[in-house]
Design a protein around this ligand. Structure first.
Ligand SMILES: [Zn+2]
Length: 464
C-alpha cells in the first residue's frame, strides 16, 4: 500500500462506507525495520552501536532523523486524505527475548543506552516519543491514539495529563485493550478521549479463538466508564467472522447486545431449520476456543510463535515433546480431550448451512480453521506417542514416520488451499516447523541426545 502510494485511495474508499481509517505507526517498541534501515534513528547499546530495535530519543541526529521520517509519512500518505488521527500505539515498551532469529537468547531492549537516554526512565522515553509525534500532528490539526498498557505499566498517565494541560480536548485518545481477565480498568480523564478495544481475533497465523466474552465485557466496560469509542483491531483471519459479527451486533443492537442473544441470532443466520444444532456446536467448540488459559497457555504453545516467546531458552519441538510427555499432570490428555471436543462440535453441525449476514465464507472458514486445529492437535498428540516410544529405545519404523509426515503435508496443503494468499505463508510456517523438526528430534531422543521424554504413558490413579 505504501510502496504503491495507494493509501489515499483506501481512505477514500473506506469513507464511502462511513469507515474512518486510522493508520498505525509502531513504536517506540514493536519496531525493528526502521531502526535497521536507518541506523541513525535506532536505540544504541552501551557502546553506541545501533541495536536495531526502538529509537534513540535524545540524540540530535536520531531525533532529526525520526522527525524527517514521520514528516515524510505525513506529507506523502496522510496529507492527501481526510484522516483525522494517527495511531501511535506505544504498546509493549519493554525488553524482549527471541527477537533476533540468529540469537534467540539475546534480550533486545527498546530503551536507548546512549549517554543521555540512559539517564531517562522508560516513562521519560515513552512520553518524549509521544510528545515528538504530538507536535508534528498538532501542526496539521491531527489527533493521536495511544494504547494504554505502557502508560499504565510505567505509571505515566498523570504525567501525560499534565503535558496535555493546554491541549485541545479530544486531541489525544487512549484506547484500552486486554485479551484476558481481569480486563484493565480504564481511567477516563478530561484531557483525553477514552476508547476501549475489544479483541476480535489475535494473530491470523494462530489457532482460532472465540472472543465473544471479551467483546461483551469491553462493551459493558465502555458503557460503565462512559467511553466515547470502541475500536477493535485484528489481522483478520476470516474464521474470526463470528467475533467481528458479535462486535457489530453490539454496535448496532443497542440494548440487544446480550451475548447469548447474539449467539442465537448468529445460529439462525447460519441455519434457520437447525439453529439449535448450530448454537449447540458453537457452544461445544466455545468450551475450548473461548478458554483463554487453555488456548493461550497450552494449545497455542504447540505452535512455534508462542513456544519460543518465553525464556530463557526454548527448543521448539524437543521441549514440546518433553513437556507433553510428562506423566503428571497429563497434558497429553488435555490435547486429546481438546481434539475430541472440537471434533464432536464439527460432527454435530447440520449439513444445510449458509453464509451468515451475507458473508458466504464466514462459517465455512471457521469450520476449516477448527479442522486445521483438530488436525494439528492430532499430529502433536501422535508425535508425543512417537517421542515416548523413541525414549524407550524402540526403533520407529520409517513407514510410521513417513505416514506422520504425509499427514502433516496434507495439513499444509489444506492451509494453502483454504486461506487467502497473504495469510497462507505465515500460517503454514507455524505448522511447517513441527513437520521439519520432528524426525530429527525422534532420532535425537532415541540416541539419548535429548533426554527427559518419559517412556511411561499417563495413568489414572483410581480412588477406591
Ligand atoms: Zn539515545
Amino acid at each position: 500500500m505504501f510502496a504503491e502510494d495507494s493509501f489515499a485511495d483506501v481512505v477514500a474508499e473506506a469513507a464511502r462506507y462511513g469507515i474512518e481509517v486510522i493508520p498505525f505507526f509502531a513504536g517506540p517498541a514493536h519496531t525493528s525495520m526502521l531502526p535497521r534501515v536507518l541506523p541513525r534513528v535506532s536505540a544504541k547499546d552501551e557502546t553506541g552501536q545501533p541495536t536495531g530495535y526502538g529509537y534513540c530519543l535524545t540524540g540530535d541526529e536520531a531525533v532529526a532523523g525520526l522527525k524527517a521520517v514521520i514528516t515524510a509519512f505525513l506529507d506523502q500518505h496522510v496529507a492527501p486524505t481526510n484522516i483525522r488521527r494517527v495511531g501511535v500505539q506505544g504498546d509493549e515498551f519493554f525488553p524482549i527475548r527471541n527477537l533476533d532469529p540468529l540469537d534467540r537468547d539475546r534480550v533486545v531492549s527498546p530503551y536507548c543506552r546512549c549517554p543521555t537516554c540512559r539517564e531517562l526512565s522508560p516513562a521519560d522515553l515513552l512520553l518524549r516519543y509521544f510528545a515528538l509525534w504530538r507536535d508534528l500532528l498538532r501542526a496539521r490539526g491531527l489527533g493521536v491514539v495511544h494504547w494504554q498498557d505502557s502508560l499504565v505499566r510505567e505509571h505515566a498517565l498523570d504525567r501525560l495529563a499534565q503535558e496535555l494541560a493546554d491541549a485541545t480536548p479530544g486531541e489525544v485518545t487512549i484506547s484500552w485493550w486486554g485479551y484476558n481477565d481481569p480486563l484493565p480498568e480504564p481511567t477516563p480523564n478530561r484531557r483525553w478521549r477514552t476508547w476501549v478495544t475489544p479483541s476480535t481475533g489475535l494473530i491470523s497465523t494462530l489457532l482460532p479463538q472465540d472472543l465473544t466474552l471479551n467483546i461483551a465485557q469491553w462493551i459493558d466496560t465502555a458503557a460503565r466508564v462512559g467511553a466515547d469509542g470502541i475500536l477493535a483491531y485484528t489481522t483478520l483471519p476470516a474464521s474470526s467472522g463470528r467475533n467481528v459479527a458479535a462486535l457489530a451486533d453490539a454496535a448496532w443492537g443497542g440494548d440487544r447486545h446480550e451475548r447469548t442473544a447474539f449467539a442465537r441470532r448468529w445460529a439462525r443466520q447460519v441455519s434457520r431449520a437447525h439453529a439449535v444444532l448450530i448454537e449447540r456446536a458453537e457452544d461445544i467448540a466455545g468450551s475450548v476456543l473461548g478458554s483463554y488459559p487453555l488456548m493461550n497457555y497450552l494449545l497455542q504453545q504447540t505452535l512455534p510463535y508462542f513456544a519460543v516467546a518465553s525464556g530463557p531458552r526454548t527448543e521448539y519441538v524437543a521441549d514440546l515433546m518433553r513437556t507433553l510427555s510428562t506423566p503428571f499432570p497429563a497434558l497429553e490428555s488435555v490435547i486429546r480431550q481438546t481434539h475430541d471436543t472440537l471434533q464432536a462440535a464439527l460432527r454435530s453441525l447440520p449439513a444445510d448451512r449458509r453464509g451468515p449476514y451475507g458473508a458466504p465464507d464466514a462459517m465455512e472458514l471457521w469450520i476449516a480453521h477448527v479442522r486445521r486445529m483438530v488436525a494439528h492437535l492430532d499430529l502433536v498428540r501422535e508425535a508425543v506417542g512417537l517421542a515416548r516410544a523413541a525414549s524407550s529405545g524402540t526403533e520407529i519404523p520409517s513407514a510410521v514416520t513417513a505416514e506422520w509426515t504425509s499427514r502433516s503435508e496434507a495439513l499444509l496443503d489444506a492451509i494453502v488451499a483454504e486461506n487467502p494468499a497473504w495469510a497462507a505463508p505465515a500460517i503454514t510456517r507455524e505448522h511447517l516447523e513441527l513437520r521439519d523438526a520432528l524426525p530429527g528430534v525422534l532420532d535425537a531422543i532415541r540416541s539419548g541426545r535429548i533426554t527427559g521424554v518419559s517412556a511411561s504413558a499417563p495413568w489414572h490413579a483410581w480412588l477406591f
